[in-house]
Design a protein around this ligand. Structure first.
Ligand code: C2E
Ligand code: CA
Ligand code: CA
Length: 666
């Protein structure tokens, strides 16, 4: 997930969190309000509960009335002055009580109803009215009158008290109901609060969790970005800039620490041979597959050597390996060969397998601890040197190679001049019938007479022309010259011309060849084009179609260098070849290795059955000729019959031959 997504998710979570916090705050405020209200209400309740004494007030008044009547009764009986004082006292108490009932809570209760007020007023008046009669006591008639008045007043007051009591009771019940309602609301709010609290806790947990996740996501995104910046997207190996910093760090580490004997930093620069051919012929997808396979093979090998050894891809088919070595140059070389061997094992690509060779250049930092950039440049120089010496090689850098690099740049720069002044020309190597010694064909081999560098071998300048894209022009030039010059030879003598993969990849190749044949007037049957097996490594329509179109012009197609690299007999069947050229590396060993001879024998046998003619290359000795003839070979090419030379020499040689033949016959 991208960092922006992470952030927006965070913001969303924070939003939810805000709403919950607001809701919680609201509930809290509500609870506080309810709580405050409850406190006030309880205060009121206490105030109201004071009115419970009202019932008591009523009851006491009645008791006071009764007491007064009792004392008076006693006084009437005894006539004792003490009883008379008590009767007066209780009467005063009763009056006081009645006055009290006009004020306070009870007074309020009474005032609330005119009827009650009237009852109280009448009772009070009745009691006060009998006061003068008290002096007449213990007269029984007066007593009876007083007794009656007090009794009635007492009853009236008592009834008021009862009323107050029941009013009080119902009010209390109401209040209790109100209280319990409040309690219910409060409980509800409390539950709500607990619920919200739990929700909040949950939210916070979720938030903490999603924050953690967001952070992990962001970290992962950062790591991925860092990875992308420092790695090649196709093979996932470290890229050029990562390689440079690792190399620099490694050199720094060694220089800082001081190095022990044999301890050094080395760089392998490697390049796949004919990778361009794989790309051109099998297509880019297969090319990519091959790069990925090579990268993983490389990483695997390098991983065996432990920490400090790293493979990287600089681009295209260029790989590098950073080596931490302890055994000096010998160990570095051993590793370079190990890499080379490992890469030579077949790689699987979409729909099949491909065998490639890698050419390796090796450079060591050395005791002076070269800068990383120099070290890589040296390894590169060693690599170009290795390529020039022949593919699939391992070369260790030495200072003379700097001169070679200059030479290479020089050659590249001088192609224009070479072509413009026709200094790049074909020489011709004879192909001879071993039985008769007659030249049956010539192979055109490019030669460059450079004004200052002298003769330059095609082994040196053809690979440079191929990598700098000049091979198409050069190839056309050689083809046209060869087609023209071969016509100086007898009509039976054919010419073979080498074709680069880059030429074969061009759609206009067949047209070019047809035009050249037309311009030079060479009959197509006298021309053979040689292609190496890299172009038939795998069946592709393009390459096959082009070869078929060329064949339709009437020319021959030869499979060159058969026996090097990945030769497979199935190639012979894959295309309708006219000629097979067995590589000189096979011929080299036939006198020492009996297997070589039997292999050639079976190839010759198979070719014969497929009606493919065979030419054996690199024949240098009579002994080789004898052995080759013994297994049914007819045509040979090699130093024994002559190296490549200008056409004049071959023309006169052919004339001499014909003359000698005529003399022998005649
Ligand atoms: P090739 O096509 O395999 O040519 C044969 C090479 O083997 C020639 O090297 C030839 O001089 C050498 N040779 C011939 N007989 C013997 C022998 O008995 N012993 C030894 N040791 N070597 C022998 P040369 O001329 O240096 O050419 C090298 C390669 O350059 C050719 O290999 C060919 O692949 C390429 N080349 C040459 N001319 C052209 C050209 O015009 N176009 C293209 N595309 N490639 C060319
Ligand atoms: Ca050839
Ligand atoms: Ca060859």
């Amino acid at each position: 997930m991208r960092a922006i997504e992470v952030l927006s998710r965070l913001a969303r979570v924070a939003d939810h969190f805000r709403y919950v916090a607001f809701a919680l705050l609201g509930v809290l405020v509500l609870v506080i309000l309810v709580q405050a209200d409850s406190v006030i209400t309880s205060g009121e309740a206490v105030g109201r509960s004071m009115r419970y004494d009202m019932a008591l007030t009523g009851l006491n008044s009645r008791l006071d009335a009764t007491n007064a009547r009792e004392r008076m009764a006693r006084y009437v009986v005894t006539g004792d002055s003490e009883d008379r004082d008590a009767a007066y006292l209780f009467y005063d108490i009763l009056v006081g009580r009645l006055e009290m009932m006009q004020s306070g809570a009870f007074g309020a209760f009474v005032k609330a109803s005119p009827r009650r007020q009237k009852v109280l007023d009448e009772a009070t008046r009745a009691v006060i009215a009998v006061e003068p009669m008290l002096d007449l006591l213990p007269d029984p008639a007066a007593f009876e009158q007083v007794n009656k008045a007090l009794g009635e007043a007492g009853t009236a007051i008592d009834r008021l008290g009862g009323e107050a009591m029941s009013a009080n009771l119902s009010e209390a019940a109401e209040f209790r109901a109100e209280l319990s309602e409040r309690q219910r609301v409060q409980n509800l709010l409390l539950q709500l609060l607990i619920g919200f609290g739990a929700g909040l806790l949950l939210m916070m947990t979720v938030q903490a969790w999603s924050l953690r996740r967001a952070r992990t996501d962001a970290e992962r995104a950062a790591r991925r970005f860092e990875f992308v910046a420092r790695h090649d997207p196709l093979t996932r190996l470290p890229n050029r800039s990562a390689f440079h910093s690792m190399l620099q760090a490694e050199i720094g580490r060694l220089n800082h620490r001081g190095r022990g004997a044999g301890e050094d930093v080395a760089v392998l620069a490697l390049d796949l041979d004919d990778f361009k051919a794989v790309n051109d012929i099998l297509g880019h997808a297969a090319g990519d597959d091959l790069l990925v396979a090579v990268a993983s093979r490389l990483s695997w090998v390098v991983a065996q050597w432990g920490e400090g050894n790293v493979a990287s891809r600089l681009g295209g088919d260029e790989f590098t390996v950073l080596l931490r070595i302890h055994g000096g140059e010998a160990e570095a070389l051993e590793r370079a060969y190990e890499v080379s061997r490992a890469l030579h094992e077949a790689h699987s690509v979409s729909g099949g397998s491909v065998v490639v060779n890698a050419t390796v250049g090796l450079a060591l930092a050395g005791p002076n601890g070269r800068r990383g950039a120099d070290l890589l440049q040296n390894a590169d120089l060693a690599l170009s040197h290795a390529k020039a010496a022949g593919k699939g090689q391992v070369q260790i850098y030495d200072d003379s190679m700097r001169i070679d690099a200059t030479r290479r740049r020089r050659i590249e720069a001088d192609f224009d001049d070479g072509l413009a002044r026709s200094r790049i020309v074909p020489h011709f190597q004879p192909q001879v019938d071993m039985q008769t010694g007659r030249i049956v064909g010539l192979e055109a081999l490019a030669r460059w007479q450079h004004p200052t560098l002298g003769w330059i071998s095609p082994a040196e300048f053809i690979p440079i022309a191929e990598s700098s894209g000049r091979i198409v022009e050069i190839g056309e030039r050689i083809l046209e010259a060869a087609c023209r010059e071969i016509q100086r030879m007898p009509d039976s003598c054919k010419v073979s011309v080498n074709l680069s993969v880059a030429q074969l990849a061009r759609d206009d190749l067949a047209d070019t060849v047809r035009d050249i044949l037309f311009r030079t007037g060479l009959p197509p049957r006298r021309l053979t084009l040689e292609v190496t097996e890299t172009v038939v490594m795998r069946d592709t329509h393009r390459a096959r179609n082009m070869l078929a179109r060329l064949k339709r012009l009437g020319i021959g197609i030869a499979l060159d260098d058969f026996g090097t690299g990945y030769s497979a007999l199935s190639y012979l069947r894959d295309f309708d070849w006219d000629e097979l050229k067995i590589d000189r590396s096979f011929v080299n060993s036939i006198t020492t290795d009996e297997h070589s001879l039997s292999i050639i024998a079976s190839i010759v046998n198979l070719a014969e059955r497929l009606s493919i003619s065979v030419t054996v290359e690199g024949v240098e000795t009579r002994a080789q000729v004898d052995m080759l003839k013994g297994i049914g070979c007819h045509v040979a090419q090699g130093f024994l019959y002559g190296a490549a030379s200008p056409i004049e020499e071959l023309v006169s040689r052919a004339e001499n031959f014909e003359q000698a033949m005529r003399q022998a016959n005649g």
